[in-house]
Design a protein around this ligand. Structure first.
Ligand code: CP
Length: 322
């Protein structure tokens, strides 16, 4: 029982932020604090009674303007496992359809006594805008092609869990870099923790100035494959493309798809990540997605621990009372 109520040893003094908007703005120490706090939360989901009291009496709302399976469900479970009351706001059936603005909608929800709002929006910067208008904590669950900080954190957490470190690893981010918020959050987080990051994709899907973030750029997966300890296989974001950015899906798969033959040419213990949803047969084959190198479902499991850590750090009580 004491274990349930004890604040994490690692929910430490370095944490002073109210919002989580991106990994670009976090320091190395803040990222490590989230990862270390998440370590404490991993076992909660393995218990018979999956409950803590860190957020008892708090109210957490998910406000999603884009589809989601993993992130929305994961934040909901994370908040409830920490004892919060949760609500899932359905943008499609809200008064936004009657002309209410995004900010007015959010302010009206906040007026019902909200402690944290988790927002996904197709416009980059939408969570940042909300953070300037709301008093509650704002968590970015994906803003356009900008950032998806909890996905970046759970990817990094999974790499550290399996490889034992981040520093010195070579991580390849493969695919649609231009439209990927996951790529940006991975880049900021991994570089701060000392990884070498190579982005790789067709020239039409790799921004010309991406090297300014501190990454290396490659256009041929087979050139970088033997050097990578980790490959994060990004989804082709068909919904954000105007089309015509590569000749065909078959051509894309031939040059950038992960299949059994490519795995044989990679490092023996290469770790494969994919943020999901995956397009089987486009970015990777089913045998690779479900094979021994893949940590795709482990990422989802770890996502819960990471989101519990984020919620506890942003709006948990220092000493939760039962
Ligand atoms: N990885 C990810 O953000 O998945 P969802 O779109 O299902 O939330």
């Amino acid at each position: 029982m004491t274990l349930d109520l004890a604040p994490s040893k690692k929910t430490s003094s370095v944490w002073t932020r109210k919002h989580l908007l991106g990994l670009e703005e976090l320091s190395r120490e803040e990222i490590l604090t989230i990862l270390d706090t998440a370590e404490d939360f991993v076992e909660v989901s393995t218990r018979k009674r999956k409950k803590r009291s860190d957020l008892k009496g708090k109210v957490v709302v998910t406000l999603f303007f884009e589809p989601s399976t993993r992130t929305r469900a994961s934040f909901g479970f994370a908040a409830r496992r920490l004892g919060a009351e949760t609500s899932d706001f359905a943008a499609s059936s809200s008064s936004l359809n009657k002309g209410e603005t995004f900010i007015d909608t959010a302010k009206n929800i906040e007026a019902m006594g909200i402690d944290a709002v988790i927002v996904r929006h197709n416009v980059p910067g939408a969570p940042h805008l909300l953070s300037q208008h709301l008093n509650c904590s704002v968590i970015n669950a994906g803003d356009g092609a900008h950032e998806h900080p909890t996905q970046g954190l759970l990817d990094i957490f999974t790499i550290r869990q399996i490889k034992g470190r981040i520093e010195g690893l070579t991580v390849g981010l493969v695919g649609d870099i231009a439209h990927s918020r996951v790529a940006r959050s991975n880049i900021h987080g991994l570089l701060k923790l000392g990884a070498r990051v190579i982005v790789c994709g067709p020239p039409t899907l790799v921004p010309a100035d991406i090297h300014r973030l501190g990454v290396e750029v490659a256009y041929h997966l087979d050139d970088i494959l033997p050097h990578c300890d980790v490959l994060n296989v990004l989804r082709i974001q068909f919904e954000r493309q105007r089309g015509g950015l590569f000749p065909s899906i078959q051509e894309y798969f031939r040059l950038f798809g992960m299949h059994a033959e490519r795995i044989r040419r990679a490092k023996e213990n290469i770790l494969l990540l994919a943020p999901g949803p995956i397009n089987r047969g486009v970015e990777l084959t089913p045998e690779v997605a479900d094979g021994p190198h893949s940590a795709i479902l482990k990422q989802v499991t770890n996502g819960l621990a990471v989101r519990m850590a984020v919620l506890a750090l942003l709006c948990g009580d220092p000493v939760a009372e039962d």
